[in-house]
Design a protein around this ligand. Sequence first.
Ligand code: NAD
Ligand code: WQD
Length: 336
Amino acid sequence: MILVTGGLGYIGSHTCVALAQAGYRLIIVDNLCNSKPSVLGRIRELAPDATIEFRHADLRDRAALESVFAAHAIGAVVHFAGLKAVGESVEKPLLYWDNNVGGTIALLEAMQRHGVRRIVFSSSATVYGAPEYLPYREEHPLRPESPYGRTKLVIEQLLADQSGSDPDFRYTCLRYFNPIGAHPSGRIGEDPRGIPNNLFPYLTQVASGRLAKLRVFGNDYPTPDGTGVRDYIHVMDLAAGHVTALRYLEERERSITANLGTGSGLSVLQVVTAFARLIGREVPYEFVSRRAGDIAAFWADASLAARELGWRAELGLDDMCRDAWRWQTQNPDGYA
Ligand code: NAD
Ligand code: WQD
C-alpha cells in the first residue's frame, strides 16, 4: 500500500488517480488545511475499482500517524503535504518550518519505526533561487529566496542524511516547475482559497467573470516580450512522473533528485494569448509593476528525468488551457 500525504490537494489528487489507475492501493493522509473533503469522492469516481482509504490527520500528530502505519502494510510514501505560499511563508516562517519540516520529521520517524524505506518528495524549482544560467540543471547552486523554498531545500538535505544513515533508504526528490491544468474529465483541478496568487487560476477566474482583469506583473523584464517566463507543466504529466518515480524506487537501488518540467519557457503574454485563442475571446489584462521577489525567467533542463526515469512531459500549452478551462467552467466555485 502507498501512503500519500497531502493526497487531497491539487497535485496529490491528480497523482492519486494516476497511482490508483496504475494498480496501487492507497491510504491518503491529509489535514484538509488547504483542500476539501469532497475531493476524495471525485478521486474515487475517477478510479472506481481502486482501494483508496482516507485518514483526516495532521502529519505532526504522531499518535495519528503511528496508527496509520500500524494499521496498513505501507510499502512506500508519496509526500505532498506541505504549505506552499511564498508570501505567507515570509510572514509566518515558524508555521512553514513547523508544518513542512516538522511534518516531514514526524513522517520519517514513523517510516523508520515501521521499516518503510521508500519516499517520493514534492520539491520545487524554487530551491534554485536566482539563475546563474538557464535552463536550471539539478547541480545548479541552491539558494532559495523564501522561507518556503528553504523548507524544501532542508527536506531534500534531510532525505539525503537519512539515506546516508541507512543504505537501504531511498528517495526521489522531484523539483516541480509551474504545474497548471486539470484532469481532462473536469472533475478534479486546482481550487485555491480566496483570490489566487498564481497566474493560471487567476486567468481562468478572469475569463469566467469571477475576477475583473488580470494584472500582468511587469512588462520590462529582459525577456522577448518583457513579461515573465516560466516552465508550465500539465498536472497530468506531473502525476505520471510520480508513478515513474515510484517504479524507479522499486526497481533501482539508488536515490535521485530530478527536475520535472517541459524544458521550455513561456511568457505571461504567450500564456494569455493561447488561453484567449482557446476560449475564443479576449481576456482583459493590464500591465502593472513587477511583483516583489519575482525572477524574470526560468525553465528546466528536463534531460535527467528523461535519461534516468524515462519520463517526459507530453502535453502542451493548448492541453493545459483546455483542461484548466473545462475544470473552471464545470466547477465555477471550485469544490462544493
Ligand atoms: P495543495 O495545498 O493543494 O496540497 C497540499 C495538501 O497537503 C493539502 O491538501 C493540505 O491540506 C495538505 N497538508 C498540508 N499540511 C499538512 C499537514 N501538516 N498534515 C497533513 N496534510 C497537510 O498544494 P499542491 O499544489 O498540491 O502542492 C503539493 C506539494 O507540491 C507541496 O508540498 C508543494 O510545496 C509542492 N509544490 C507545489 C508547486 C505548485 O506550484 N503547486 C510547485 C512546486 C512544489
Ligand atoms: C507565474 C508568472 C508572474 C500572477 C510560484 C511559486 C513557486 C512554485 C510555483 C511552489 C510570473 C506572473 C502571476 C498574476 C502575473 N510553487 N503573474 N499576474 O511565481 O513562478 O511560482 O508557484 O513551489 O515556488 O513562487 O508562479 O503563477 O505566481 O507566476 O503576471 O496575477 O505569472 O509574475 O511571471 P511563480 P505564478
